[in-house]
Ligand binder design. Structure first.
Ligand SMILES: [Zn+2]
Length: 285
């Protein structure tokens, strides 16, 4: 069995403070970020061991928070069955999103994830970039988990599991009712979460991952397919980003003055949304 685990950081077990993950902010010290990275590494290693002990023989770990670079390579579990990648990289001679994600993957997992922009009483809610507000797919507001999992849908890969705080997992259950969710902590407010402890969070993740693997074997999952053609609408605060996105030939401005694009392939969701930060990556085919 081959799995692709996309690891963000805000939703990992035991990470209870904003400063441990938003390390680019002045309020975050080196010590804060070090704590956050260690929690991320511990969660990834624990999940990898569970996967490998339960029938996974090919595991891709993608470190996606802030574009990658958060995992500490010499602390990661070394095993020939694991490949560590960044969210953008070369694959089969082409630069693309989530290298290694293709039709051979049996399940797509969003681990360490958070809720969408604007979610009340929620820990660090946002949708990809902090300046993107109200991202909608055919009129339905979505967050990062939806945006990312459409790329798995392009490859026909089922979306099987998410891990994060209780509010993020409520979002996952609402948008993707078939997936397994590991609720590893409780949101308190924008800046804070609280327990279970990191060890308890990892134990919850272990149980849920074993459940997920058993359900993949029984073919109980499906890709997240919000429907094609898909109209993506965004309200972007950042004027420089907005300018880049409106310059994309696929873009138009709707009656509410919001930028949007209608795409005919799930591969184009990331290709178009990425173009506002100057990341122009052609769809795989
Ligand atoms: Zn993140």
């Amino acid at each position: 069995m081959k799995l692709f685990m996309l690891w963000d950081m805000e939703g990992v077990s035991g990470l209870f403070r904003r400063e441990q993950t938003w390390h680019w902010e002045e309020r975050s010290t080196d010590e804060d970020y070090k704590e956050g990275r260690e929690l991320l590494v511990a969660d990834i290693n624990a999940a990898s061991i569970t996967a490998l002990e339960n029938g996974v023989d090919d595991l891709i770990i993608c470190d996606t928070h802030g574009g990658g670079g958060n995992i500490i390579m010499d602390q990661m579990l070394k095993d020939d069955r694991i490949t560590y990648v960044n969210p953008r990289g070369e694959y089969n001679g082409k630069f693309q999103w989530m290298p290694g994600l293709d039709e051979k993957v049996d399940g797509f997992l969003t681990m360490g994830h958070h809720s969408m922009y604007g979610t009340p009483n929620s820990f660090l809610p946002h949708s990809n970039f902090l300046t993107w507000r109200h991202v909608k797919f055919n009129g339905v507001e979505v967050g990062e988990m939806a945006i990312e999992s459409t790329f798995a849908a392009y490859w026909g890969v089922p979306y099987v599991m998410a891990q994060g705080d209780n509010v993020a997992m409520a979002e996952a259950k609402r948008l993707f009712p078939w997936i397994v969710t590991a609720e590893v902590k409780q949101s308190v407010d924008y800046d804070r979460c609280k327990g279970p402890s990191p060890e308890e969070g990892r134990a919850i993740t272990k149980d849920k991952l074993i459940e997920t693997i058993a359900k993949i074997e029984k073919n109980e999952f499906k890709p997240y397919e919000p429907g094609l053609p898909l109209t993506i609408t965004m309200d972007i605060e950042d004027q420089a980003m907005l300018k880049k996105l409106t310059a994309d030939p696929r873009s138009s401005v709707n009656s509410e003055g919001l930028v949007e694009a209608t795409v005919n392939s799930y591969a184009d969701v990331l290709a178009w949304t990425g173009s506002n930060v100057g990341i122009n990556i052609d769809p795989p085919n």
